[in-house]
Design a protein around this ligand. Sequence first.
Ligand SMILES: [Fe+2]
Length: 382
Amino acid sequence: MSDITFDLKENGMVVGLPDGDSYFNYYWLRDACLSCIDPQTRERIFDASELKNAPRASSAMIDDEMLVIGWQHEAQASRVPMALLRQVAKGGRTADPAALPRNLWYSDHLPKITRVDQHAVLNTDEGLARLSRAVIEDGIAIVTSMDKTVEALPRLVNTMGSVTPSAEGLFFDVRVEIEPTNLAFTAGPLEMHTDLPGEEFAPGVQFLHCLENTVEGGLSLFLDGAAVAEALRAEDPAAFELLASHDIPFFYRHDNWDYRAHQRVIETDPDGNVTGVTISQHLQDYLDLPQELLDLYYPAFIKFIRMMQEDRFMLRFRSEAGNCVVFDNHRIVHGREGYVADSGSRHLRGCYMDRGALRSTYRVLAKKGFTLDEGAKKQALA
Ligand SMILES: [Fe+2]
Protein backbone atom coordinates (compact mmCIF):
# COMPACT_ATOMS: atom_id res chain seq x y z
CA MET A 1 0.00 0.00 0.00
CA SER A 2 2.83 2.38 0.71
CA ASP A 3 3.74 2.68 -2.95
CA ILE A 4 0.37 4.21 -3.87
CA THR A 5 0.81 7.67 -5.37
CA PHE A 6 -1.46 10.71 -5.33
CA ASP A 7 -1.59 13.58 -7.76
CA LEU A 8 -3.82 16.32 -6.34
CA LYS A 9 -5.56 18.27 -9.12
CA GLU A 10 -8.04 21.14 -9.04
CA ASN A 11 -11.28 19.10 -9.04
CA GLY A 12 -10.06 15.66 -8.14
CA MET A 13 -7.04 13.45 -7.57
CA VAL A 14 -5.30 10.73 -9.53
CA VAL A 15 -4.69 7.72 -7.32
CA GLY A 16 -1.98 5.36 -8.49
CA LEU A 17 -3.61 2.02 -7.73
CA PRO A 18 -1.80 -1.28 -8.34
CA ASP A 19 -3.85 -1.79 -11.54
CA GLY A 20 -3.10 1.68 -12.85
CA ASP A 21 -3.93 5.34 -12.29
CA SER A 22 -7.55 6.23 -11.53
CA TYR A 23 -9.09 9.67 -11.26
CA PHE A 24 -11.58 10.46 -8.46
CA ASN A 25 -13.62 13.66 -8.26
CA TYR A 26 -13.35 15.54 -4.92
CA TYR A 27 -17.12 15.82 -4.44
CA TRP A 28 -17.36 12.07 -4.96
CA LEU A 29 -14.56 11.43 -2.46
CA ARG A 30 -16.15 13.79 0.08
CA ASP A 31 -19.46 11.93 -0.37
CA ALA A 32 -17.70 8.58 0.05
CA CYS A 33 -16.31 9.47 3.49
CA LEU A 34 -17.48 6.92 6.05
CA SER A 35 -18.78 9.72 8.30
CA CYS A 36 -21.42 10.57 5.67
CA ILE A 37 -23.42 7.47 6.60
CA ASP A 38 -25.24 7.31 9.93
CA PRO A 39 -24.21 4.04 11.61
CA GLN A 40 -27.64 3.59 13.17
CA THR A 41 -30.01 4.28 10.27
CA ARG A 42 -27.36 3.56 7.59
CA GLU A 43 -28.69 6.52 5.64
CA ARG A 44 -26.68 9.39 4.21
CA ILE A 45 -26.42 12.31 6.62
CA PHE A 46 -24.11 14.51 4.57
CA ASP A 47 -25.39 16.89 1.92
CA ALA A 48 -22.68 18.09 -0.48
CA SER A 49 -24.78 21.12 -1.40
CA GLU A 50 -24.16 22.51 2.10
CA LEU A 51 -20.42 22.91 1.50
CA LYS A 52 -19.62 26.61 1.18
CA ASN A 53 -16.64 25.91 -1.07
CA ALA A 54 -16.06 23.20 -3.60
CA PRO A 55 -13.99 20.50 -1.88
CA ARG A 56 -10.30 20.52 -2.70
CA ALA A 57 -7.78 18.14 -1.15
CA SER A 58 -4.69 19.45 0.59
CA SER A 59 -3.25 16.06 1.49
CA ALA A 60 -3.77 12.35 0.90
CA MET A 61 -2.30 9.29 2.61
CA ILE A 62 -3.10 5.66 3.31
CA ASP A 63 -3.87 4.52 6.83
CA ASP A 64 -5.00 0.97 7.56
CA GLU A 65 -6.65 0.35 4.14
CA MET A 66 -8.23 3.80 4.24
CA LEU A 67 -7.52 6.78 2.04
CA VAL A 68 -7.30 9.73 4.43
CA ILE A 69 -7.93 13.05 2.72
CA GLY A 70 -7.22 16.44 4.26
CA TRP A 71 -9.36 19.28 2.86
CA GLN A 72 -8.46 22.91 2.25
CA HIS A 73 -11.74 24.26 3.61
CA GLU A 74 -12.65 21.69 6.27
CA ALA A 75 -10.92 20.88 9.53
CA GLN A 76 -11.91 17.22 9.53
CA ALA A 77 -10.23 14.71 7.24
CA SER A 78 -12.27 12.17 5.24
CA ARG A 79 -11.68 8.43 5.36
CA VAL A 80 -12.59 6.41 2.27
CA PRO A 81 -12.09 2.62 2.14
CA MET A 82 -9.46 1.62 -0.42
CA ALA A 83 -11.60 -1.43 -1.28
CA LEU A 84 -14.29 0.98 -2.52
CA LEU A 85 -11.80 2.88 -4.67
CA ARG A 86 -10.53 -0.35 -6.20
CA GLN A 87 -14.12 -1.49 -7.00
CA VAL A 88 -15.06 1.78 -8.62
CA ALA A 89 -11.76 2.02 -10.50
CA LYS A 90 -12.39 -1.44 -11.92
CA GLY A 91 -16.07 -1.28 -12.87
CA GLY A 92 -17.13 2.34 -12.55
CA ARG A 93 -19.58 1.43 -9.79
CA THR A 94 -19.76 -0.38 -6.48
CA ALA A 95 -19.96 -4.16 -6.50
CA ASP A 96 -23.47 -5.67 -6.53
CA PRO A 97 -23.79 -9.34 -5.58
CA ALA A 98 -27.20 -9.41 -7.30
CA ALA A 99 -25.77 -8.21 -10.63
CA LEU A 100 -25.43 -11.78 -11.85
CA PRO A 101 -25.23 -12.54 -15.56
CA ARG A 102 -28.36 -13.99 -17.08
CA ASN A 103 -28.17 -17.65 -18.07
CA LEU A 104 -30.03 -17.81 -21.36
CA TRP A 105 -31.97 -21.06 -21.76
CA TYR A 106 -33.73 -23.03 -24.47
CA SER A 107 -36.20 -25.90 -24.89
CA ASP A 108 -33.93 -28.38 -23.10
CA HIS A 109 -34.09 -26.40 -19.85
CA LEU A 110 -36.98 -28.30 -18.25
CA PRO A 111 -34.91 -30.87 -16.31
CA LYS A 112 -32.52 -28.10 -15.30
CA ILE A 113 -35.10 -25.73 -13.79
CA THR A 114 -34.15 -25.03 -10.18
CA ARG A 115 -36.69 -26.67 -7.90
CA VAL A 116 -36.73 -25.77 -4.24
CA ASP A 117 -38.99 -27.27 -1.61
CA GLN A 118 -41.32 -24.74 0.03
CA HIS A 119 -40.08 -25.73 3.48
CA ALA A 120 -36.48 -24.99 2.46
CA VAL A 121 -37.49 -21.57 1.16
CA LEU A 122 -39.50 -20.67 4.24
CA ASN A 123 -37.09 -22.05 6.83
CA THR A 124 -33.54 -21.90 5.49
CA ASP A 125 -31.33 -19.14 4.13
CA GLU A 126 -29.86 -21.61 1.68
CA GLY A 127 -33.27 -22.52 0.23
CA LEU A 128 -34.22 -18.87 -0.13
CA ALA A 129 -30.84 -18.03 -1.68
CA ARG A 130 -31.18 -20.87 -4.21
CA LEU A 131 -34.64 -19.69 -5.23
CA SER A 132 -33.79 -16.00 -5.51
CA ARG A 133 -30.52 -16.64 -7.32
CA ALA A 134 -32.23 -18.92 -9.86
CA VAL A 135 -34.89 -16.30 -10.60
CA ILE A 136 -32.17 -13.66 -11.10
CA GLU A 137 -29.96 -15.87 -13.29
CA ASP A 138 -32.47 -18.06 -15.15
CA GLY A 139 -35.56 -15.90 -14.75
CA ILE A 140 -37.54 -18.94 -13.58
CA ALA A 141 -37.68 -21.48 -10.75
CA ILE A 142 -40.27 -23.80 -9.23
CA VAL A 143 -41.17 -24.03 -5.56
CA THR A 144 -42.41 -27.53 -4.82
CA SER A 145 -44.51 -29.08 -2.02
CA MET A 146 -46.56 -25.94 -1.52
CA ASP A 147 -49.63 -26.29 0.67
CA LYS A 148 -52.71 -26.32 -1.56
CA THR A 149 -54.30 -23.42 0.29
CA VAL A 150 -54.76 -19.75 -0.56
CA GLU A 151 -52.55 -18.81 2.41
CA ALA A 152 -49.51 -20.61 0.97
CA LEU A 153 -48.79 -18.00 -1.73
CA PRO A 154 -48.55 -14.87 0.47
CA ARG A 155 -46.46 -16.89 2.95
CA LEU A 156 -43.99 -17.68 0.16
CA VAL A 157 -43.90 -14.14 -1.26
CA ASN A 158 -43.40 -12.61 2.19
CA THR A 159 -40.12 -14.49 2.61
CA MET A 160 -38.75 -12.50 -0.34
CA GLY A 161 -40.62 -9.20 -0.26
CA SER A 162 -44.19 -7.98 -0.50
CA VAL A 163 -47.01 -8.58 -2.92
CA THR A 164 -47.18 -5.77 -5.50
CA PRO A 165 -50.76 -4.83 -6.36
CA SER A 166 -51.94 -4.75 -9.97
CA ALA A 167 -55.21 -3.81 -11.64
CA GLU A 168 -56.46 -7.21 -10.45
CA GLY A 169 -55.72 -6.34 -6.82
CA LEU A 170 -53.23 -8.28 -4.71
CA PHE A 171 -54.00 -11.76 -6.05
CA PHE A 172 -55.63 -13.16 -9.16
CA ASP A 173 -57.16 -16.54 -9.85
CA VAL A 174 -56.65 -18.23 -13.21
CA ARG A 175 -59.65 -20.46 -13.80
CA VAL A 176 -62.69 -20.49 -15.99
CA GLU A 177 -64.98 -17.57 -15.17
CA ILE A 178 -68.53 -16.94 -16.38
CA GLU A 179 -67.82 -13.30 -17.36
CA PRO A 180 -64.06 -13.20 -17.95
CA THR A 181 -62.21 -9.86 -18.05
CA ASN A 182 -59.09 -11.50 -19.45
CA LEU A 183 -58.43 -14.39 -21.85
CA ALA A 184 -56.54 -16.08 -19.01
CA PHE A 185 -59.86 -16.66 -17.28
CA THR A 186 -61.21 -18.85 -20.08
CA ALA A 187 -60.35 -22.40 -21.15
CA GLY A 188 -58.99 -21.19 -24.49
CA PRO A 189 -55.34 -21.16 -25.49
CA LEU A 190 -53.34 -18.19 -24.28
CA GLU A 191 -50.69 -16.88 -26.65
CA MET A 192 -47.18 -16.20 -25.41
CA HIS A 193 -47.07 -12.97 -23.41
CA THR A 194 -45.69 -11.01 -20.50
CA ASP A 195 -48.23 -9.73 -17.99
CA LEU A 196 -49.80 -6.29 -17.75
CA PRO A 197 -47.68 -4.24 -20.18
CA GLY A 198 -50.41 -1.59 -20.01
CA GLU A 199 -49.35 -0.68 -16.48
CA GLU A 200 -46.77 2.09 -16.14
CA PHE A 201 -44.34 -0.35 -14.54
CA ALA A 202 -45.31 -3.87 -15.50
CA PRO A 203 -45.01 -6.18 -12.47
CA GLY A 204 -41.51 -7.57 -12.00
CA VAL A 205 -41.74 -11.09 -10.60
CA GLN A 206 -44.76 -13.31 -11.08
CA PHE A 207 -45.84 -16.21 -8.90
CA LEU A 208 -48.26 -18.84 -10.24
CA HIS A 209 -49.32 -21.32 -7.58
CA CYS A 210 -51.18 -24.35 -8.92
CA LEU A 211 -53.89 -25.31 -6.44
CA GLU A 212 -55.65 -27.84 -8.64
CA ASN A 213 -55.19 -29.29 -12.11
CA THR A 214 -57.13 -32.32 -13.28
CA VAL A 215 -58.14 -31.12 -16.77
CA GLU A 216 -57.21 -32.61 -20.13
CA GLY A 217 -54.70 -30.34 -21.88
CA GLY A 218 -53.84 -26.88 -20.65
CA LEU A 219 -50.07 -27.39 -20.69
CA SER A 220 -48.14 -24.39 -19.39
CA LEU A 221 -45.73 -22.77 -21.86
CA PHE A 222 -42.64 -20.77 -20.94
CA LEU A 223 -39.69 -19.40 -22.89
CA ASP A 224 -36.73 -17.18 -22.17
CA GLY A 225 -37.48 -13.91 -23.97
CA ALA A 226 -33.88 -12.77 -23.51
CA ALA A 227 -32.68 -15.89 -25.36
CA VAL A 228 -35.07 -15.20 -28.25
CA ALA A 229 -34.00 -11.53 -28.34
CA GLU A 230 -30.34 -12.53 -28.51
CA ALA A 231 -31.14 -15.02 -31.28
CA LEU A 232 -32.87 -12.22 -33.19
CA ARG A 233 -29.84 -9.97 -32.69
CA ALA A 234 -27.59 -12.68 -34.15
CA GLU A 235 -29.88 -13.43 -37.10
CA ASP A 236 -31.20 -9.96 -37.92
CA PRO A 237 -29.40 -7.09 -36.13
CA ALA A 238 -31.52 -4.43 -37.86
CA ALA A 239 -34.76 -6.04 -36.62
CA PHE A 240 -33.31 -6.28 -33.10
CA GLU A 241 -32.37 -2.60 -33.19
CA LEU A 242 -35.87 -1.55 -34.25
CA LEU A 243 -37.52 -3.49 -31.42
CA ALA A 244 -34.96 -2.29 -28.88
CA SER A 245 -35.22 1.39 -29.75
CA HIS A 246 -38.94 2.19 -30.17
CA ASP A 247 -41.79 2.13 -27.66
CA ILE A 248 -45.15 0.73 -28.67
CA PRO A 249 -48.50 1.14 -26.86
CA PHE A 250 -50.26 -1.41 -24.68
CA PHE A 251 -53.53 -1.19 -22.75
CA TYR A 252 -55.62 -2.96 -20.19
CA ARG A 253 -59.19 -1.81 -20.20
CA HIS A 254 -62.62 -2.89 -19.17
CA ASP A 255 -65.67 -1.21 -17.65
CA ASN A 256 -63.86 0.24 -14.66
CA TRP A 257 -60.25 0.61 -15.73
CA ASP A 258 -58.29 2.00 -18.67
CA TYR A 259 -54.56 1.49 -18.29
CA ARG A 260 -52.23 2.59 -21.09
CA ALA A 261 -48.45 2.57 -21.33
CA HIS A 262 -45.69 2.46 -23.92
CA GLN A 263 -43.01 -0.21 -23.68
CA ARG A 264 -40.02 -1.36 -25.67
CA VAL A 265 -40.52 -4.89 -27.01
CA ILE A 266 -36.84 -5.62 -26.35
CA GLU A 267 -35.50 -3.93 -23.23
CA THR A 268 -31.74 -3.33 -22.99
CA ASP A 269 -29.50 -1.77 -20.37
CA PRO A 270 -27.09 1.11 -21.13
CA ASP A 271 -24.43 -1.48 -22.06
CA GLY A 272 -26.75 -2.99 -24.69
CA ASN A 273 -27.41 -6.22 -22.77
CA VAL A 274 -30.93 -7.61 -23.11
CA THR A 275 -32.68 -7.20 -19.77
CA GLY A 276 -36.13 -8.27 -20.82
CA VAL A 277 -38.94 -8.27 -23.34
CA THR A 278 -42.52 -7.05 -23.40
CA ILE A 279 -44.96 -8.91 -25.57
CA SER A 280 -48.72 -9.26 -25.39
CA GLN A 281 -50.76 -9.24 -28.53
CA HIS A 282 -54.05 -9.35 -26.66
CA LEU A 283 -53.11 -6.16 -24.78
CA GLN A 284 -51.41 -4.37 -27.67
CA ASP A 285 -52.88 -1.06 -28.82
CA TYR A 286 -52.77 0.42 -32.34
CA LEU A 287 -49.11 0.99 -33.03
CA ASP A 288 -48.50 4.74 -33.03
CA LEU A 289 -45.04 4.90 -34.59
CA PRO A 290 -44.82 6.96 -37.80
CA GLN A 291 -46.57 4.98 -40.55
CA GLU A 292 -43.42 5.00 -42.72
CA LEU A 293 -41.43 3.51 -39.84
CA LEU A 294 -44.07 0.79 -39.52
CA ASP A 295 -43.00 -0.39 -42.99
CA LEU A 296 -39.83 -1.55 -41.26
CA TYR A 297 -41.13 -2.13 -37.71
CA TYR A 298 -43.94 -4.58 -38.49
CA PRO A 299 -41.76 -7.12 -40.36
CA ALA A 300 -39.22 -7.02 -37.50
CA PHE A 301 -41.96 -7.39 -34.90
CA ILE A 302 -43.61 -10.30 -36.70
CA LYS A 303 -40.26 -12.02 -37.16
CA PHE A 304 -39.72 -11.80 -33.39
CA ILE A 305 -43.20 -13.15 -32.59
CA ARG A 306 -42.70 -16.04 -35.00
CA MET A 307 -39.33 -16.85 -33.43
CA MET A 308 -41.12 -17.10 -30.10
CA GLN A 309 -43.23 -19.90 -31.53
CA GLU A 310 -40.21 -22.00 -32.51
CA ASP A 311 -39.76 -25.27 -30.65
CA ARG A 312 -36.11 -24.53 -29.91
CA PHE A 313 -37.16 -21.98 -27.30
CA MET A 314 -40.31 -23.50 -25.81
CA LEU A 315 -40.79 -25.34 -22.53
CA ARG A 316 -44.06 -27.27 -22.18
CA PHE A 317 -45.07 -28.83 -18.91
CA ARG A 318 -48.11 -29.64 -16.91
CA SER A 319 -48.69 -27.43 -13.88
CA GLU A 320 -48.85 -29.80 -10.93
CA ALA A 321 -50.98 -29.01 -7.91
CA GLY A 322 -48.64 -27.94 -5.10
CA ASN A 323 -46.07 -26.32 -7.39
CA CYS A 324 -45.51 -22.59 -7.70
CA VAL A 325 -43.67 -21.24 -10.73
CA VAL A 326 -41.74 -18.05 -9.91
CA PHE A 327 -40.57 -16.06 -12.90
CA ASP A 328 -39.31 -12.69 -14.10
CA ASN A 329 -42.28 -11.07 -15.82
CA HIS A 330 -39.97 -8.75 -17.78
CA ARG A 331 -38.03 -11.62 -19.28
CA ILE A 332 -39.93 -14.90 -19.26
CA VAL A 333 -42.73 -15.14 -21.78
CA HIS A 334 -45.54 -17.47 -20.85
CA GLY A 335 -48.72 -18.92 -22.29
CA ARG A 336 -51.01 -21.90 -22.08
CA GLU A 337 -52.46 -24.50 -24.38
CA GLY A 338 -56.25 -24.71 -24.46
CA TYR A 339 -58.02 -27.30 -22.35
CA VAL A 340 -61.34 -29.08 -22.08
CA ALA A 341 -63.23 -26.99 -19.53
CA ASP A 342 -65.51 -29.76 -18.27
CA SER A 343 -62.81 -32.44 -18.08
CA GLY A 344 -61.84 -31.46 -14.55
CA SER A 345 -60.74 -28.43 -12.54
CA ARG A 346 -57.80 -26.11 -13.12
CA HIS A 347 -57.05 -23.36 -10.64
CA LEU A 348 -53.87 -21.28 -10.50
CA ARG A 349 -53.52 -18.45 -8.02
CA GLY A 350 -51.09 -15.71 -8.85
CA CYS A 351 -49.57 -12.47 -7.68
CA TYR A 352 -46.60 -10.21 -8.34
CA MET A 353 -43.59 -8.83 -6.52
CA ASP A 354 -40.98 -6.20 -7.47
CA ARG A 355 -37.73 -7.33 -9.02
CA GLY A 356 -36.05 -4.95 -6.58
CA ALA A 357 -37.34 -7.03 -3.65
CA LEU A 358 -35.94 -10.17 -5.23
CA ARG A 359 -32.49 -8.64 -5.60
CA SER A 360 -32.64 -7.13 -2.12
CA THR A 361 -33.34 -10.57 -0.65
CA TYR A 362 -30.45 -12.09 -2.56
CA ARG A 363 -28.02 -9.31 -1.54
CA VAL A 364 -28.82 -9.82 2.15
CA LEU A 365 -28.23 -13.56 1.79
CA ALA A 366 -25.06 -12.98 -0.23
CA LYS A 367 -23.69 -10.87 2.63
CA LYS A 368 -24.24 -13.90 4.85
CA GLY A 369 -22.21 -15.98 2.43
CA PHE A 370 -24.86 -17.78 0.37
CA THR A 371 -23.28 -17.02 -2.97
CA LEU A 372 -21.73 -20.32 -3.98
CA ASP A 373 -23.07 -21.98 -7.08
CA GLU A 374 -24.28 -25.54 -6.82
CA GLY A 375 -21.08 -27.20 -8.03
CA ALA A 376 -18.91 -25.17 -5.69
CA LYS A 377 -21.29 -25.78 -2.81
CA LYS A 378 -21.19 -29.55 -3.28
CA GLN A 379 -17.42 -29.40 -3.37
CA ALA A 380 -17.31 -27.22 -0.29
CA LEU A 381 -19.54 -29.66 1.58
CA ALA A 382 -17.63 -32.77 0.42
FE1 LIG B 1 -50.12 -14.21 -17.90
